[in-house]
Design a protein. Structure first.
Ligand SMILES: Nc1ncnc2c1ncn2[C@@H]1O[C@H](COP(=O)(O)OP(=O)(O)OP(=O)(O)O)[C@@H](O)[C@H]1O
Length: 383
């Protein structure tokens, strides 16, 4: 873990970081994001001691980095920057292998790893290994930069806006490759960007900074759903969640208090409850809210007497989903099984909510309604 403890930084008399306290978890990709000049790069460069704090300490796995040998520290930290930092007079192979060779790793091991890395960054080794950086496109150079950062099996990789100079297609490809690499390698990556879409796509955790301070550090899901203040919600922007619909879960869209009846209640009570609430189905639960079954209008067609208990006529074989089920899976489930009312339960099968195709349509429509309202608001402001 990388731990920032009471870090302050001033350049001459300008304070650029104000009491930064941050834990960066091992094996996770943490994104530092915020407006220009908020201190992201300064924070990043403190990890490999390119910049020193004015006060405070940084620890890597409980060791104060100021007490470590700086060469050893930097060799275990990969570093990727926007301008790639590749040596122009060295081939792709020489660039990737520079640190392993300095560390006297066996030559055949180095070559094997280089070929592996080239494949992982989707560059054909036969075609590209002996090219010079000037013979590569911007995206290919950045790929080589990423491969180089992974070459000496570093514990930590620092990435400072590595993809921001690329066209959107190359950028998207590199983001996907980084996600795939990270899934396999599980490095501790600290990634600086301006781009919230990029952050949401790649991050395990996002740390939002402003004016040299950390405003919120949390998972993308929590940041999108529970911005801590107006600055974060403005920074994140409305409807950003729809760029990652997997993060929209059953609990975010379900009807929270579905109509219920007890399994011992007579059927006529259930019918009365349905009539009063103007619904066409009712969930049957036990005294602990544990879901037992469902009665729908259709069930009533097959029942000859209303003087039976709910438990005698209810449908017991129900599809249930958990509260963290994603909207994408939910759509698939509804389409595949032609479902009309899906109960949402917790891990103990207690009823928490209800999803109907109508709930889904309303939720999917909200993003467009929000946009329209925003536009209408803008127009009103102008007039
Ligand atoms: N070497 C330096 N000397 C003086 N001021 C500096 C130095 N490096 C950075 N600063 C100032 O520190 C502040 C934070 O800079 P930093 O580069 O960390 O911001 P950033 O969030 O990474 O910005 P950007 O997104 O524009 O790259 C800025 O006001 C910058 O001008």
């Amino acid at each position: 873990m990388i731990k920032f403890q009471n870090i302050n930084k001033s350049f001459r008399n300008q304070k650029v970081l104000n009491n930064i306290n941050l834990n960066i978890n091992s094996g996770e990709l943490t994104v530092l994001i915020g407006p220009s000049g908020c201190g992201k790069t300064t924070t990043l460069k403190m990890i490999n001691r390119l910049i020193h704090p004015t006060s405070g300490h940084i620890f890597i796995n409980d060791e104060n980095i100021e007490k470590k040998d700086i060469i050893k520290l930097r060799r275990k930290i990969g570093y990727v920057i926007q301008q790639t930092g590749l040596f122009p007079h060295m081939t792709v192979k020489e660039n990737i292998e520079i640190i392993p060779r300095l560390e006297h790793v066996k030559s055949d091991e180095i070559s094997k790893k280089t070929v592996e890395l080239m494949k992982m960054i989707d560059l054909d080794p036969d075609e590209y290994l002996y090219r010079f950086p000037a013979q590569l496109s911007g995206g290919q150079m950045q790929r080589v930069g990423v491969a180089r950062a992974f070459a000496y099996d570093p514990d930590i990789i620092l990435m400072d806006e590595p993809f921001s100079a690329l066209d959107p297609i190359s950028r998207n490809q590199l983001q996907q490759e980084l996600i795939a690499l990270q899934e396999k390698m599980k490095k501790t990556i600290v990634f600086v960007t301006h781009d919230m879409d990029e952050a949401v796509k790649i991050a395990d955790r996002i740390c939002i900074m402003n004016n040299g301070e950390i405003v919120q550090a949390d998972t993308p899901e929590n940041i999108l759903k529970e911005p801590i203040n107006e600055f974060v919600s403005n920074f994140v922007g409305k409807n950003r969640i729809w760029t990652v619909p997997d993060l929209i879960r059953a609990k975010d869209i379900m009807i929270k208090n579905p109509v219920t009846a007890g399994s011992d209640e007579p059927l006529c009570n259930c019918i009365e409850k349905m009539r009063k609430s103007k619904v066409d189905s009712i969930f049957i639960v036990d005294s602990n809210d544990k879901l037992e079954g469902l009665i729908t209008i259709r069930t009533l067609n097959d029942v000859h007497s209303h003087n039976v208990k709910a438990s005698e006529v209810m449908n017991k074989s129900l599809f249930t989903i958990y509260e963290d089920y994603s909207i994408i899976n939910l759509l698939q489930l509804i389409i595949d099984n032609n479902l009309s009312a899906i109960p949402v339960v917790d891990r103990r099968q207690r009823l928490k909510g209800l999803i109907t195709p109508g709930t889904l349509v309303t939720s999917l429509g909200m993003q467009y309604l929000d946009n329209e309202n925003e536009k209408a608001g803008d127009n009103n402001e102008l007039s």
